[in-house]
Design a protein around this ligand. Structure first.
Ligand code: FES
Length: 149
């Protein structure tokens, strides 16, 4: 046990699992940097859904036709760096159902580390009248974390 790591020490003293302590995966990064190709780099509050960071911080006209519920795949992005090593069961199931690889669903990802992505599914050129209902602040459906492989 590292007594210099106050987060872990506090969790230990309180009897909590370290994973239950916020922020849980970002080694103390409260504002991860999300870099979006052709848009720039943006600090994002830890835990924010990537789809919302693309819209709010980066100003991308990101599609999210199903409202961030892992049903449509229009929120897909390509990762250039920092791809999360976990995935929600809902995302894994939807990507498999659609036969998609090399992309991730931004509505199923939370910003807990620095990331570099390419926005490949935007309102512009889509022929859609709008990007979709704004996704809720928290992951929908309730996340069950699985190995992406
Ligand atoms: S799958 Fe529809 S918004 Fe992500």
């Amino acid at each position: 046990m590292k007594w210099t790591n106050s987060k872990f020490t506090l969790a230990t003293l309180l009897g909590a699992e370290p994973a239950a302590v916020w922020p849980k995966q970002n080694e103390g990064i409260a504002m991860p940097t999300v870099r979006v190709e052709n848009y720039g780099a943006f600090e994002v509050p830890a835990g924010k859904r990537l789809v919302l960071a693309l819209v709010d911080e980066a100003g991308v006209d990101q599609l999210h036709a199903c409202g961030g519920n892992s049903r449509c795949t229009t929120c897909r992005v390509e990762f250039l760096a920092g791809e999360p090593t976990t995935m929600t069961a809902a995302e894994k199931s939807k990507l498999a159902e659609r036969g998609l690889s090399g992309v991730r669903l931004s509505c199923q990802i939370v910003c807990e580390q620095d990331m570099h992505v390419r926005a490949i599914s935007r309102l512009e050129g889509s022929g859609r009248p709008d990007p979709g209902t704004r996704p809720a602040p928290t992951l929908q459906p309730e996340p069950v974390w699985v190995d992406p492989a």
